[in-house]
Design a protein around this ligand. Structure first.
Ligand SMILES: Cc1cc2nc3c(=O)[nH]c(=O)nc-3n(C[C@H](O)[C@H](O)[C@H](O)COP(=O)(O)OP(=O)(O)OC[C@H]3O[C@@H](n4cnc5c(N)ncnc54)[C@H](O)[C@@H]3O)c2cc1C
Ligand SMILES: NC(=O)c1ccc[n+]([C@@H]2O[C@H](COP(=O)([O-])OP(=O)(O)OC[C@H]3O[C@@H](n4cnc5c(N)ncnc54)[C@H](OP(=O)(O)O)[C@@H]3O)[C@@H](O)[C@H]2O)c1
Length: 453
């Protein structure tokens, strides 16, 4: 490692999604040497493994920006490294090594379970796992998912639409039902995303659902005609239907149980009718006790994600706890991890992106949040104890990585992987190509011998 690449400070950024990458950039151009650690071989996080796979232009544009960041000499990239209480390094290990600050940008890797009977049946999935599957993130890429013909999607956000898109365009299932606990005025998806599936929407069913919700919505001051107009406005620019899949919304319905057959497979979803009520200015769903069964064989929760509780930071309400009285606020927000039991900030640890606010916002928002997290770190560093010997810290860290006995991905390895992917895409005439397993990636990077035979 060349001495001249060292800035005045040494910081570990954990997680190379949009938040971590853009944070690393801002740190690196402000006299910080950044060690960027990433669970996946390929950087990019959900920009690589979340954004729908056919958004080739958007993904390529982001990859180029990420590459420019990784080209900065003040950033060292180490892929295939897991940080956390069950990982390769705990936060305390990194602190003990002498990193002056740790910026956690690992996204929201936990799964929100609702605790419903039947959640363990075959055919019940969480959107994140399927999104990772169709975007070819190992090991999800090669996992077997049993998707049937009639699929209930819980939720009405953009992730629900991505999953609907996949079911309707790729798997061409018979029926996709979006089960929405509140009314038509509370759908969270964008018109832009609805365009991908709007021509599969059963309009007669939409109109009858809108009428069913009319009086309930009126009672909380909402006009369902506005919601109807919003949904229908996606029609003129909608993509042509490529399958006969029937797509519809079931509003004012909350899942209460997943029904299974004797073999342990899903064969229904019990939903409970809800009504709307205003609680402290917010429209909420209240369960009514009346239930009915939807005839489905697959249930997919598209209800957002939470942070990973095993990571090693205190968690409350699905999120890492932040210092309520931050010492280095940015835009009035706290980026400082906090221990509510000890009533003090977690030493030198900052959070940003979906690790600061789970499942919220687009790539641009994660970028801004990462950069603001970096600003908080930069401010903290002004008063942090000086750095004694950065080369020896990095040498010790590298020696510890060697002892992990697993391939660690460096920038030069990534370059080989990118070249191999481009070659594969050209060979097969595809707009993009990804190797679906870590082994295949390691082979083309020369970090593993190919298996002959
Ligand atoms: C299905 C889906 C589709 C989306 N589509 C769009 C879209 O079309 N347009 C748009 O603008 N936004 C989209 N978004 C939102 C966007 O992807 C997010 O806003 C953004 O990626 C969040 O960035 P992040 O860096 O905070 O987290 P992430 O992107 O989740 O990145 C987290 C990184 O941390 C790493 N990591 C995780 N755990 C560990 C660990 N223990 N140790 C080390 N590293 C770890 C991961 O490998 C990953 O690289 C989508 C989101 C989803 C879920
Ligand atoms: N193409 C894109 O631009 C794109 C694609 C994917 C994701 N994203 C972004 O990524 C972020 C996350 O998206 P998301 O769709 O996961 O989250 P989201 O927008 O928050 O939607 C989650 C949905 O799940 C419902 N839900 C939550 N908890 C529930 C429960 N216990 N029971 C029943 N329903 C429940 C919510 O209903 P309530 O409203 O009642 O809570 C809501 O309809 C968003 O900012 C989104 O815009 C963007």
């Amino acid at each position: 490692m060349a001495e001249e690449t060292f800035g005045r400070y040494l910081v570990a950024v954990i997680g190379a999604g949009p938040a971590g990458l853009f944070a690393s950039r801002l740190l690196a151009i402000n006299d910080v040497h950044v060690v960027l650690l990433n669970r996946d071989i390929i950087p990019g996080g959900l920009a690589e493994y979340g954004i729908y796979f056919d958004k080739y232009k958007m993904k390529e544009g982001l990859r180029k920006q990420f590459q420019q960041i990784l080209d900065l000499p003040a950033i060292d990239y180490f892929g295939n490294v897991i940080v956390g209480d069950n990982g390769d390094f705990r936060l305390s290990d990194l602190r003990a090594l002498g990193f002056q600050a740790l910026l956690v940008t690992v996204g929201a890797q936990g799964t929100k379970w609702l605790g419903l009977p039947g959640e363990n049946l075959v055919g019940v999935y969480h959107a994140k796992d399927l999104v990772f599957h169709y975007n070819l993130l190992p090991p999800f890429s090669t996992k077997d998912f049993r998707i049937g013909k009639r699929v209930a999607l819980i939720g009405a956000g953009n992730v629900m639409l991505d999953i609907a898109h996949w079911l309707i365009h790729e798997l061409m299932v018979d029926e996709v039902i979006s089960v929405v606990r509140r009314g038509p005025n509370e759908v969270k998806f964008s018109k832009e995303e609805l365009k991908t599936v709007v021509h599969n929407l059963d309009l007669a069913k939409l109109f009858s659902e809108i009428e069913r919700a009319r009086l309930i919505a009126n009672a909380v001051g909402q006009n369902v005609d506005e919601a109807k107009d919003y949904i229908l406005s996606a029609l003129p620019k909608g993509l042509p239907a490529v399958s006969k899949t029937r797509f519809y919304f079931d509003f004012l319905a909350s899942p209460s149980r997943i029904v299974g057959n004797e073999q342990g497979y899903v064969n229904g979803l019990e939903i409970e009718d809800t009504t709307l009520e205003c609680v402290e200015g917010e429209v909420q769903a209240r369960r009514l006790g009346t239930k009915r069964i939807l005839d489905v064989d697959t249930v997919i929760f598209c209800i957002g994600d939470k942070v990973d509780e095993s990571f090693g930071l205190p968690v409350r309400h699905n999120a890492f706890v932040k210092n309520p009285n931050p010492l280095h606020p940015v835009d009035g927000l706290s980026f400082e991890a906090y221990d509510p039991d000890l009533n003090r900030p977690v030493d030198r640890v900052f959070v940003a992106g979906w690790s600061r606010e789970a499942s919220s916002g687009l790539v641009g928002i994660a970028r801004k949040d990462g950069e603001n997290g970096a600003r908080a770190v930069l401010e903290y560093l002004q008063s942090a104890p000086g750095l004694m010997n950065p080369t020896s810290i990095l040498d010790e860290f590298t020696a510890k990585m060697d002892k992990l006995n697993k391939p660690i991905i460096h920038k030069s390895d990534l370059q080989k992987l990118i070249e191999a992917q481009v070659k594969e895409a050209e060979k097969s005439g595809l707009p993009a190509y990804k190797f679906p397993t870590n082994d295949e990636m390691l082979v083309v990077m020369g970090l593993k011998k190919p298996v002959i035979g």
